[in-house]
Write a protein that binds this ligand. Structure first.
Ligand code: ADP
Length: 629
């Protein structure tokens, strides 16, 4: 058969692959073994779903053999094998993953544990191989095929001989160079340690022929004599990490497991183990990534945990096991109480899944709380990655999860100058403080400069600074917490002044009502009211709102496509009655009403700037300023 070229781009990709995707050449063995494990899983799955006869899970295995003379490593499996078309499709195109296709095709029935999905693992063999030969026979087929390639210039597929279904992969190692001793991979101890290191939890036996020696009993000889013999040994322990006791699974093991299984380069931020006995027994091994995965906050991100029943994978991404607000959690759940054909009878198992899900939810919350209490620094890192998700969780489903999540929320406190929990905020409130004050804005710095914050801070009260769009919805959803109500710093009544102070302002307001109304009218509908402020100290003006919609909400809705004419904040211009700007207004009111209106406009624009809202007509604003000076 004529040699075929790899499909377009494949060569380039292969080159890239060999030279750069993996930093450790030794992982080639893991990749090849994982493919074998996938092939065994696929066969197993077939036997369950199609009732294929003659397959018994106990008979499935992987075998690794070496031939030092030929410089080859052979990895065999008696899995599903490949037809000629599949060989062509799966190994002729790099980045084509038969395993991913298999998953997609079987999506409706829900899928099984397939490690591969990127379609590059196989080619990692070329990091160490000068030639790879694949001999394979598909399950149910009577023809076998051989695929052969030296990596660089294409491959050939020919008919071959093979008795049983499955795949043999021959990896012919490159010659040693000064930097690299490929021959090391021919040593049994080396392969054994690689299998232990990377593939110990593969759920099928990985066998090797191990040379051993034994004493030959010869009664008349003086020196004991030994003879060598070969014994087949299973190298991997096959017990999945989550089935092992804490002592048998080191942190390093767990981290490695996580990184390989979930394709993350970094160790997880948190590893959670659960071993629950009861009405629904299950074991879970869960991980929280140490940074936000790519595309996490998009629709493309798929949440879900891998679901096993007594060590056999049933679904590779079971969404029902994890609530939306913890969708960043990855991991596996194994329960012997689930029957194997759960994928076809999911409805019957809803109750079991729900029980496990509720349990897992509680466990995750507990562990996060522990992290928050014992290791605040790392909790903050977690918060940077997934805090937004928790906030969404509070708002979602009409607040159904707010009680669960509110202890996990952090906000920046102006008093402590760091992130604090709501509980901590309330605990450290001075006795005289009635409310939880909060302020929204783009950044902590910008909020800190808002004039409205001054008086509250002067009182010795802290303010929670909120910089996410969802924050105001969170506050609305919570309403109150730990016995205290939330209060925006823009609220008309901050609950700070004494009755006497209140009376004072009211009196001044009444005295100047005509001027204030005149200013409002001259602002041409931009504000619904101009009033004297009780919350300003050194600054002349600030912009606040009346009604439900705040300035931040208005900004938020303005970013959402579509017309939202109703969602406008009712702006209020507040003026500091002790500021010279106010005295100046009063003077002008007496002398020149036109100039008074101009000054009102100038002050309104200043209030916009302070509130971080762009002014409509900067040129006019500048002219006004020089006109008045
Ligand atoms: P991935 O495993 O990420 O899908 P690979 O490049 O490792 O990509 O493998 C490509 C495809 O070749 C696999 O998806 C699978 O369909 C097929 N394949 C590889 N090894 C075997 C095997 N031992 N038995 C059956 N099919 C295999």
């Amino acid at each position: 058969m004529a040699k075929k070229q790899f499909k377009a781009e494949s060569k380039k990709l292969l080159d890239m692959m060999i030279n750069s995707i993996y930093t450790h050449k030794e992982i080639f063995l893991r990749e090849i073994i994982s493919n074998s494990s996938d092939a065994l899983d696929k066969l197993c799955y077939k036997s369950i779903t199609e009732g294929a006869k003659g397959i018994s899970r106990e008979d499935l295995f992987i075998k690794v053999t070496v031939d030092k003379n030929m410089r080859t490593i052979k990895v065999s499996d008696n899995g599903i094998g490949m037809t000629a078309e599949e060989l062509e499709k799966n190994l002729g195109t790099i980045a084509k993953s038969g395993s991913l296709d298999f998953k997609t095709e079987n999506e409706k029935q829900d899928d099984i544990d397939i490690i591969g999905q990127f379609g590059v693992g196989f080619y990692s063999a070329f990091m160490v191989a000068e030639k790879v030969v694949v001999i394979t026979k598909a399950f149910g087929s009577d023809k076998a095929y051989s695929w052969e390639s030296n990596g660089a210039d294409g491959y050939t597929i020919t008919e071959a001989e093979k008795e049983n279904c499955g795949t043999d992969i021959y990896i012919k190692l490159k010659e040693d160079t000064e930097d690299e001793r490929y021959s090391d991979y021919l040593e049994v101890y080396m392969l054994r340690s690689l299998i232990k290191k990377y593939s110990d939890y593969i759920r099928y036996p990985i066998k090797m022929d191990i040379e051993k020696s034994r004493k030959i009993e010869k009664p008349d000889s003086e020196k004991p004599e030994f003879e060598k013999y070969i014994e087949e040994e299973t190298i991997n322990s096959m017990v999945p990490l989550w089935q092992r006791s804490k002592d048998e699974a080191s942190e390093e093991d767990l981290n490695r497991f996580y990184k390989e299984k979930f394709f993350d380069a970094q160790d997880p931020a948190l590893t959670i183990r659960a071993d629950v006995e009861g009405a629904f027994s299950y074991k879970a091994l869960l991980f929280i990534p140490s940074s936000t995965p790519m595309g996490y906050y998009t629709k493309e991100y798929r949440k879900g945990l891998e679901l096993y029943s007594s060590g056999v994978m049933i679904m590779d991404s079971c969404e029902d096991l994890i609530p939306e607000h913890f969708r960043f959690v990855k991991g596996v759940v194994d329960s012997q109480d689930l029957s194997l054909n759960i994928s076809r009878e999911m409805l019957q198992h809803d109750r079991q899944l729900l029980a496990i899900r509720n349990n897992i939810e509680k466990k995750i919350k507990q562990e996060l709380k522990k992290l928050l209490n014992n290791d605040p620094e790392n909790y903050e890192k977690f918060w940077q990655s997934f805090g937004l998700q928790l906030k969404y969780g509070i708002v979602a489903d009409y607040g159904a999860h707010r009680e669960l999540l509110k202890d996990l929320i952090l906000y920046y406190s102006s008093g402590e100058k760091k992130l604090v929990t709501l509980e901590r905020y309330v605990e450290t409130m001075p006795e005289s403080q009635k409310y939880i004050y909060y302020a929204c804005g783009e950044t902590v710095n910008k909020i800190d400069n808002l004039p409205q914050t001054e008086q509250i801070k002067d009182k010795g009260y802290s303010i929670l600074y909120m910089t996410d769009e969802v924050d105001e919805f969170v506050v609305n959803m919570l309403g109150e917490t730990h016995g205290k109500q939330f209060k925006s710093i823009n609220d008309k009544d901050l609950g700070i002044e004494t009755d006497e102070e209140k009376g004072d302002i009211e009196m001044k307001q009444e005295e100047n009502q005509v001027m204030l109304d005149y200013l409002r009218d001259s602002l041409d509908g931009k504000v619904i009211s101009v009033r004297l402020s009780n919350k300003l100290k050194s600054h002349p003006v600030c912009l606040t709102t009346d009604g439900e919609v705040s300035l931040e909400m208005e900004k938020y809705f303005a970013t959402i496509p579509g017309d939202h004419p109703d969602i406008k904040a009712q702006r209020v211009l507040e003026i500091n009655p002790s500021h010279k700007a106010f005295y100046m207004l009063c003077d002008m009111w007496q002398l020149d009403k036109d100039r008074c209106a101009k000054l009102g406009k100038l002050l309104y624009n200043q209030a916009l700037l302070i509130a971080d809202i762009s002014i409509e007509n900067p040129a006019e604003f500048t002219d006004l300023f020089w006109d008045l000076i």
